[in-house]
Design a protein around this ligand. Structure first.
Ligand code: ADP
Length: 163
């Protein structure tokens, strides 16, 4: 069984992430999307909300599982019984950080390898941060995220404005 883990914050999941999930699902028997629950960060969406959104938009992909985790990705990868970490690369600016992470992970866990998928051109500019920025101004989100995520973003910012 070839199993990979795609770890990230996914706050929230964008069409760029979804593209990577779909492409990874074609390469592995099973892909586990790992939603990082980082106590040092204050995400817009709780880990549970992020997991549920990813489950919802990947429900047509039979070999995708979604779980939240805390701590180091390599420990989560081992716990899942996976051999590979998937990461997406958008631009040269991603490269330095990703290289450092992949090399650090390799030292900590020589049995785990990192594979990079290069973003599809149409999603190269997309990030969760810019999507949140656009959402905060109440603009149309349909080109960036799936409808269920757009709804969740609208609700989140509506609630925030009312507070
Ligand atoms: P992290 O905080 O771990 O970087 P993100 O949710 O921002 O979490 O990203 C998770 C992974 O998805 C990273 O490898 C990132 O480079 C990749 N990624 C993010 N946006 C895109 C995109 N538009 N196209 C391809 N890969 C992406």
């Amino acid at each position: 069984m070839r199993r990979a883990v795609y770890p990230g914050s996914f706050d929230p999941v964008t069409n760029g992430h979804l593209d990577i999930i779909k492409r990874a699902s074609e390469q592995f028997d099973e892909v586990i999307v790992g939603v990082l629950n980082n106590s040092k960060k204050t995400p817009l969406f709780s880990a549970e909300e992020r997991v549920n959104m990813i489950k919802c938009i990947t429900s047509d992909l039979p070999n995708i599982r979604v779980r939240s985790f805390e701590g180091l990705s390599v420990n989560f990868v081992r716990e899942c019984g996976a051999q590979v970490i998937i990461r997406g690369l958008r631009a040269i600016t991603d490269f330095e950080y990703e290289l450092q992470m992949a090399q650090t992970n390799r030292v900590m866990a020589p049995d785990v390898d990192t594979m990079f998928l290069i973003t599809s051109l149409e999603y190269a500019y997309l990030s969760s941060t810019t999507v949140k920025e656009v959402a905060s101004f109440g603009e149309d989100l349909d080109k960036f995220v799936q409808p269920v995520v757009a709804d969740a973003l609208r609700n989140k910012f509506r609630t925030r404005i009312m507070q």
